[in-house]
Design a binder for this molecule. Structure first.
Ligand SMILES: [Zn+2]
Length: 393
């Protein structure tokens, strides 16, 4: 018998084969043998999500046998239930009649309540007979006849490799060793960041990687848009790593994970951290220009400034005992640097629009809070800011 089973069920199958081996030995029957073939990946959409899992081809020798004792061939085992007969057929095309056959025994003729009967056929005369399970040993003059018949009834294809157990229903596949689409998971990371900001694994706050799993398993808002955004951000990170001359272990592991389209679930922390890595890359790009220019103070503390076009270079966030704090670092086209700490992060609450690294905004109004110097560079600390929708990049 050849079959394809879910690879993560191989241990279970092997355990079952071993148990059968011990039974076979007791009954003096040849053992069932498992031959393991090729393992390969398959993908399936489960609940709208792309899931990858592995399947293995197996061959089972000695299962699906038609038992034969003293010139009589077993055609079927019938289990009689109030709802009808469960037919375990040892041969093909046993016919529909046995689905409704009464639990009679042609051997003893006694009328009694039987749970199991067997349909036998004489090898020479082709005469068929239905015999109750307790009479089978007497009829075939073999004390083990019932055990042998029952043993083989349990290793017919249908009962041995049931769909649910070994071929993998959707429920089984969405857990365990199945793998998750990196783009789909990262789309959930982006949604989580939008709502709560990014939190690494060591944060006091719930790490983004767990928020992302919640979103992955529950509702997903703006899913198509997020998938596109996730693909673009991952592509940028891949290109960045490829352009690096000296790659550290973190970047090496990240490149290895992102070289595939699917991840094992324990890589979720890495994939979640694509977000801060992406933000760092964007920050470098935004402030690279200003490195060559001089950053100046654009006004005195208390002064109002209006309609300044700013590019958001980086959002920093950190935990305090009062909650999360965020710092937004912008640059204008002249190379002047602006920093803003919104009073109630995330800044979305103050601005009504989601501010994203690498994007340009019109600051409708803002107030200079201080003329600061950081790392030898002049910076404009601003507050009471109002931003407009994203301008063209
Ligand atoms: Zn009987």
């Amino acid at each position: 018998m050849q079959a394809t089973i879910i690879t993560q069920k191989m241990d279970k199958l092997e355990a079952r084969i071993n148990r059968l081996g011990r039974k076979a030995e007791k009954l003096g029957l040849p053992p069932v043998e498992l031959i393991v073939g090729e393992t390969r990946p398959e993908t399936r959409k489960i609940d709208g999500r792309e899931v990858r899992y592995f399947v293995t081809d197996v061959e089972i020798i000695g299962a699906d046998v038609t038992p034969k004792i003293n010139g009589w061939v077993f055609l079927a085992q019938l289990q009689h239930t109030p709802a009808g007969n469960i037919v375990r057929s040892f041969v093909e095309n046993i016919g529909d009649d046995y689905r409704t056959a009464p639990a009679d025994c042609d051997h003893c003729g006694h009328d009694r309540n039987r749970k199991t009967t067997y349909v036998l056929q004489n090898e020479e005369t082709e005469e068929t007979i239905q015999v109750g399970s307790t009479c089978v040993a007497d009829f075939l003059r073999d004390v083990n006849a019932e055990s042998i018949a029952n043993y083989y009834a349990n290793i017919t294809i249908e009962s041995f490799l049931s769909e649910d157990e070994f071929q993998g229903d959707d429920w089984n596949l969405s857990f365990g060793d199945s793998q998750t689409s990196i783009v789909e998971y990262f789309a959930c990371v982006l949604t989580a960041v939008e709502v709560r900001g990014y939190h690494g694994s060591s944060s006091y706050e719930t790490p983004t990687k767990f928020d992302a799993w919640d979103i992955y398993h529950l509702a997903r808002k703006n899913w198509e848009g997020k998938i596109t955004e996730a693909s673009e951000k991952i592509a940028l990170v891949r290109d960045y790593i490829a352009s690096q001359e000296r790659v550290n272990d973190y970047l090496h592991n990240m490149a290895t994970i992102l070289a595939d389209d699917f991840m094992v679930n324990r890589s979720a922390g890495y994939v979640a951290s694509v977000y801060p890595l992406w933000a760092k890359i964007v920050e470098q790009e935004v402030f690279e220009k200003t490195e060559k220019l001089e950053s100046n103070w654009v006004g005195q503390p208390g002064e109002k400034i209006q309609n300044v076009e700013l590019t958001l270079g980086r959002i920093f966030s950190w935990d305090t005992q009062y909650g999360v704090k965020e710092l937004y670092k912008f640059a204008d086209d002249a190379g002047n640097i602006y920093t803003w700490i919104p009073s109630t992060p995330p800044a979305t609450k103050n601005t009504k629009i989601f501010l994203e690294e690498g994007c340009r905004y019109n600051m409708i109004v803002g107030t200079i809070k201080a003329n600061a110097v950081y790392n030898g560079k002049k910076q404009n600390t601003i507050f009471r800011c109002k931003f407009d929708e994203i301008l063209d990049n």
